[in-house]
Design a binder for this molecule. Sequence first.
Ligand SMILES: [Zn+2]
Length: 93
Amino acid sequence: MVSDPGARRSMPGTDPVTGPTRKSNRRVVMTTCTAHGAAGFTNLLVTKEGGFIVLNPHVGNCCILRLDEHAATAMYHLFGEWLGYEPVSAVDG
Ligand SMILES: [Zn+2]
């Protein structure tokens, strides 16, 4: 648990422009790439750009997936189904 905002500011990967306290449309998710997975993990950069969710594996711009609202919603429901979550409309906290 990190409670010191100064400590968070010095963490690697913190965007110096947006800083740790502003809401960011960028997230890095630790994943595994089976094609280039020699290092054991892959950083997947997930950003929200306008009406699109953009997936940038390796944070390297080598292959970028742009999901429009329809595709992102499909993924959301698919992941929820596979992870065993109830549909959003049935969840009340
Ligand atoms: Zn890869």
